[in-house]
Design a binder for this molecule. Structure first.
Ligand code: SF4
Length: 280
């Protein structure tokens, strides 16, 4: 069996940047203890690695405290930043610049009286941060049918969670352009997500089966797995090499591997090596 790896597999720019910022704070004398506010990224193996470097996860912001809190790549509502600083922590903001762009668009149009329509998962931390920028005029929709059920707004701006499914967002945009030409629309799906989603479609066409590596609670990995399965090729979402069911993949000659934006390189390498070793 041969394995081919997608060029886009693994850490995106925003995740690399956040992990590097956390490691730099830990190694170069950042004010201790060092916390991330919530998991820095959605990957248990990477979080274990950070924990070994003395970077732990803070679930709630205490009223007072000391040390450093790192804001994760997904960003947070502006009110959380204020709480962190008020509590006395040193704040390092590792929000991905591409998420900052969406926050900035929402904040700008909020001031102009627009309702923000966010195409995304309302339980995802990035979307919670975006909601926090939008004030009380905000709607979150996760599928076209939900968008169709919204009331008509006098002024609305449409944005997407950066890791949304591009195809579904484009469908919503098509509907919006026809039905509500007065809405402002920004395609804020990040380039890294777009390229990753496009590549898995092409890759699936050229292999016998696709394997998507990444945390089961990583939104962008789950969407990659969803896109891979929609191609009709057999596809498997796994977190590490221990999740591979060799009896299910034994019949394939060529397997394509991709990984979510928060999957570390060493996890991808371990998966590929485990497959190659099993079939050498
Ligand atoms: S997926 Fe895109 S927006 Fe999200 S952290 Fe990575 S580069 Fe930033």
């Amino acid at each position: 069996m041969k394995v081919t790896i997608a060029q886009t597999a693994g850490f995106c720019m925003g995740v690399s940047r956040a992990v590097n910022m956390a490691l730099t704070a830990s190694m170069q004398g950042g004010e201790k203890p060092i916390y991330t506010y919530g998991p820095l990224i959605h990957n248990p193996q990477a979080l274990q690695f950070l924990n070994e470097k003395g970077i732990s996860i803070l679930k709630n912001i205490p009223k007072t405290g000391a040390g450093t809190i790192i804001i994760r790549a997904h960003g947070v509502p502006p009110s959380d930043k204020k709480k962190i600083e008020k509590a006395g922590f040193n704040l390092i903001d590792a929000t991905c610049p591409r998420v900052v762009r969406v926050q900035t668009i929402i904040a700008k149009y909020r001031k102009l009286g627009y309702t923000s329509i966010i195409f995304g998962d309302k339980e995802h931390p990035e979307v919670k941060g975006l909601i926090g920028c939008a004030g009380n005029k905000v709607r979150v929709v996760n599928r076209l049918s939900e968008f169709d059920n919204l009331p008509i707004f006098k002024k609305a701006v449409i944005v997407a969670q950066t890791t949304q499914n591009l195809y579904q967002f484009k469908q919503a945009v098509k509907t919006a352009k026809t039905g509500f030409p007065h809405y402002k629309i920004f395609n804020t799906i990040c380039d890294s997500t777009r390229k990753r989603q496009e590549e898995i479609k092409k890759l699936a066409d050229s292999v016998d089966a696709a394997i998507v590596i990444g945390s089961y609670n990583s939104g962008n990995t789950c969407r990659l797995a969803e896109i891979a399965s929609q191609t009709g090729k057999p596809s498997f979402h796994i977190e590490t090499e221990t999740d591979i069911d060799f009896s299910l993949i034994a019949r394939f000659k060529l397997v394509g591997v991709t990984a979510g934006a928060s999957t570390p390189d060493w996890v991808i390498k371990n998966v590929c090596e485990a497959i190659e070793k099993n079939y050498e």
